[in-house]
Design a protein around this ligand. Sequence first.
Ligand code: ZN
Length: 278
Amino acid sequence: PPAIRSFAPCHRCGMENRWNEDQAAHFPTALAQRVYTSRLQGADPSLVLHGGGNTSVKVTEPNVFGVDEEILYVKGSGWDIATIEAAGFAPCRMEHLLKLAQLDRLSDTDMARELQLSLKNPAAPAPSVEAILHAILPHPFVDHTHADAIVTLTNSIHGERLVREVFGADEMIVVPYVMPGFRLVRAIAALLETQITPRTIGLILMNHGIFTFGPTAKTSYDRMIEAVAKAEAFREARGAGRLVEAPQEKGTSREAIRGLPTLRRAVSDAAGFPMIVS
Ligand code: ZN
């Protein structure tokens, strides 16, 4: 078996690979491995602090008629990735999802209904709205986060140039911003057709986040950690400030209140239009 990886966080950026062979051995099946690395991802606040993330695995298993079907197990809504169980993954029929991905358009309402209809088990949680995206990525395991270090790059001025500086030419496919929904599925499907190579390990979605994928749960997770660590190292090399966690208490100290107008002003100036701070 491969050597147990060190638990020590990267001394430069603090990014930590939490994979542990002994723990992983308690998760024998593909879905169980999916549960394990989803929890590892959920345990890292710098990966999932804002807006969580979602994960999936594609498996082939027999249906009630004994016929093999390809099923996408994708994170279901209402489940926290940090504590997710196998029951928290929605089993969607790949055939249905891939057919949907071929449509020219699909409204949000129709997409939500079709995702429900793709389920192998009607009692399962509703699939993530990003389920079709997971389906069209041509690898068994897919990890998706809105990691701070990545969105710091993508949301910067000249973000796309910075992203291309950090990642090798065909390592990551860069996806221009499209609002999440069916149009994003179509945009990514088109890019995959022309840009994916055997060296591609993920996608960077401008102003949104990152997907990584791979043949095993560990590969996909390792790629997520390495990509985020790369983005962090780049930020540091450029002298960007360290990301600090916001204080947990929700008090309204005098200084905090006095700081708000200044912050609102700075954010509005950067955005180029008025913003509200709450
Ligand atoms: Zn997302």
